[in-house]
Structure formats: structure tokens, C-alpha cells
Design a protein around this ligand. Structure first.
Ligand code: UZ0
Length: 247
């Protein structure tokens, strides 16, 4: 989802500030991204037009083989495993985004467990790009692309309650299949693959989108970095602010 916080003006060729947002299923990753986009608009009103874009890792689920589709329809395919994603496509797409190149992102359908043929979302060059998902920090070459890494740390019982409500309401599931999938795949995969990536985060956000103090701090830091970059980057940067985005 892309949001123009003050008018469309993606800057061709400029390197966007790339933020990775990870956390367990239903931890509030997407809501945190939306709060950051909204608040950046409020903080940044006096700046030149700035474009902020949010992309989901779920858009990059790989195509399944016919046998895997059958497993998925029985709730037995592990969508929480790193190999469920097209990681090479994620890497090449984020690399294009960092080069300021317009690119396409696939459209994924949770009900058919497959990409919608012939449909994609165009991502135009932006100032800030958020990339959110359960395993965005798992693959090192992808993890190393981010200028900032956030981990949304929400209690697992809260996440399960939200997940049950969401999957029944939005993804056409029944209670038993959601709980079985959670116990057999989602929970063990998060403990084996997702939780260990918390150590790569620059900022861990307890309670997710409810934590307005953390989100305000993050938004003001993003604004400072963008503002310093606009003031011709490193030579204007106080020694106290050393950030890879500025060099
Ligand atoms: N099952 N399961 N878990 C994954 C994962 O926890 C979550 C990631 O947003 O979406 C779920 N997911 C992904 C693809 C899909 O076709 N169906 C689905 O339920």
C-alpha cells in the first residue's frame, strides 16, 4: 500500500530510506507501518513532497507445486518456513527499490494460496519504503539491505487471539483449521525461524502499534535522518549521528 503523505513526488533515482518490520503473525506489523506512515506525514508537513510506501513480504509467497497446493488446502503446508517465500525475488525487488527503479510486486491470494495471474502492484520510487513480514530478517542478503530494522514484540496469546479472528473473518478459515495450523506450523516455525531474528533488530517495539512512545521516537528519528540527507548528507551530519543512509 502506498500513501502520499503530502502529494505524489517519488524521486527518480534517489535511494529511499528502507525499513524492515518483522514480528510474529498478528503482532501488529502492518498497523505499526500504517502508524509510521501517518505520523511521518504529521511531522513532515513542512517538507517537500515525500512519498512513503509499505510492501508486505506475503506478496512474495512462491508458487506451490500441485502436491503442495493439496497440502495447503488441508492446512498442512508450512507457510511460515523461510523457503515458502521467493527470497531471490524479494532481494532483486528491494535492490531495484534501493536503486530508485520503478518495479512490480506480485498479488497474492490467501484463499487459493497462489499469486493472482497477470496482476501486480507498481511500486514507484519513494523517499521511505517499509517492508513488513514474519521473516524479513531471516535471509542475510535481504536483512543487510535495510537502513533500519524494527521488531514488533507482542505476546503470543494476544497474537493467537487476533490470528483466529482474522483468519476466520478474512481468510475463509474455520476455528479448528486455524488452531491446528497454528500449533503445527505457525508457532513452531516462529520459534525456530522468526524469534531468533529479533537479535538483528535496531529497535524492538513491545506491544506493537499500542506503543505510541516508541512509534513517535522512530518517526522523529526517520525525519531527522531524511532531513539531514536533504541537507547534503554526511558533510552536514553532526558527528553524533553516524547512519549508513547518510554515507
Ligand atoms: N498458515 N499460515 N501461516 C501463514 C503466515 O503465518 C501468515 C503470514 O502473514 O499468513 C499465513 N498464510 C500464508 C499464505 C497462505 O496461503 N495462507 C496462510 O494462511
Amino acid at each position: 500500500m502506498s500513501r502520499n503523505i503530502s502529494g505524489l513526488n517519488g524521486i527518480e533515482g534517489k535511494t529511499p530510506f528502507l525499513i524492515g518490520v518483522s514480528g510474529g503473525t498478528a503482532s501488529g506489523k502492518t498497523t505499526v507501518c500504517n502508524r509510521i506512515m501517518e505520523k511521518l506525514g504529521q511531522v513532515d508537513m513542512d517538507q517537500t513532497e515525500r512519498k512513503v510506501v509499505c510492501i508486505s513480504q506475503d506478496s512474495f509467497y512462491r508458487n506451490l507445486t500441485p502436491a503442495e497446493i493439496i497440502l495447503a488446502e488441508k492446512g498442512q503446508f508450512n507457510f511460515d518456513h523461510p523457503e515458502a517465500f521467493d527470497n531471490d525475488l524479494i532481494f532483486s525487488t528491494l535492490s531495484d527499490i534501493l536503486a530508485g527503479i520503478k518495479c512490480q510486486v506480485p498479488t497474492y491470494d490467501y484463499c487459493t494460496h497462489s499469486r493472482v495471474q497477470g496482476q501486480s502492484i507498481t511500486i514507484y520510487p519513494a523517499d521511505v519504503v517499509l517492508f513488513e513480514g514474519i521473516l524479513v530478517f531471516y535471509v542475510a542478503k535481504i536483512r543487510d539491505l535495510f537502513h533500519m530494522k524494527l521488531f514488533v514484540d507482542t505476546d503470543s496469546d494476544t497474537r493467537l487471539a487476533r490470528r483466529v479472528a482474522r483468519d476466520i473473518k478474512e481468510r475463509g478459515r474455520d476455528l479448528n483449521s486455524v488452531l491446528n495450523q497454528y500449533m503445527n506450523n505457525v508457532k513452531p516455525a516462529f520459534e525456530e525461524f522468526g524469534l531468533p531474528t529479533k537479535k538483528f533488530a535496531d529497535i524492538i517495539i513491545p506491544r506493537g502499534a499500542d506503543n505510541s512512545v516508541a512509534i513517535d521516537l522512530i518517526v522523529h528519528h526517520i525525519w531527522d535522518i531524511l532531513h539531514l540527507k536533504k541537507m547534503n548528507g554526511a558533510e552536514m551530519t553532526p558527528a553524533s549521528i553516524q547512519h549508513p543512509y547518510l554515507h
